[in-house]
Design a protein around this ligand. Sequence first.
Ligand code: AR6
Length: 182
Amino acid sequence: MSLTLWAGRVDVVSGDITRLDVDAIVNAANHSLMGGGGVDGAIYRAAGPALKRACRALRETHWPDGLPDGEVALTEGFELPARYVIHTVGPVYAKTRDKSHLLANCYRNAVALAAETGCRRIAFPAISTGVYGYPFDDAAHIVIDTLHDALAIHDLRVTLCFFSERDYQAFAEIAMRRGVAD
Ligand code: AR6
């Protein structure tokens, strides 16, 4: 099953992001960059132990206090089909004041970093909507608005990868209601 937005600039799919053969996949990480559960854990497992070493090195050289909300950091993809992983930290819904802005920053900064790195295709999971508790529909509107603006600047193709069929359907309904689906 697949849906596209904006004349094919965005593909919406359901499945496991670690399997996608794109230039970069985005990781919904945490400040530590040392791995966790959810999509972060899946990416660490699929990329192999070199990813953890790369993240530890990044922490030491660039982010000694951890990666802040909305910021992005680049590593290789190691054993993943994707060449790169772009790590970002979404806001924890219940604890963050400026959460919509910070969630938008994750998408905006990841698209910009992917474009700077020469990527043509980037895939996102549904950042912050798992353990971090962001209501799915609110996040979906932010994703649509932010990608609309970011893709006007950067020539990239984006895949939105929803792990569950239910999330895929929920996103598809919102995209259709907003008139952004092809
Ligand atoms: N492929 C695509 N999406 C996935 C996959 C996968 N393999 N596995 C899970 N998801 P979450 P967050 C979906 O909790 O809310 C971690 O422990 C999942 O169904 O992974 O940003 C980090 O270390 C959900 O829709 O990320 C942080 O501590 C979405 O990915 C914290 O969780 C995001 O859920 C980050 O929480």
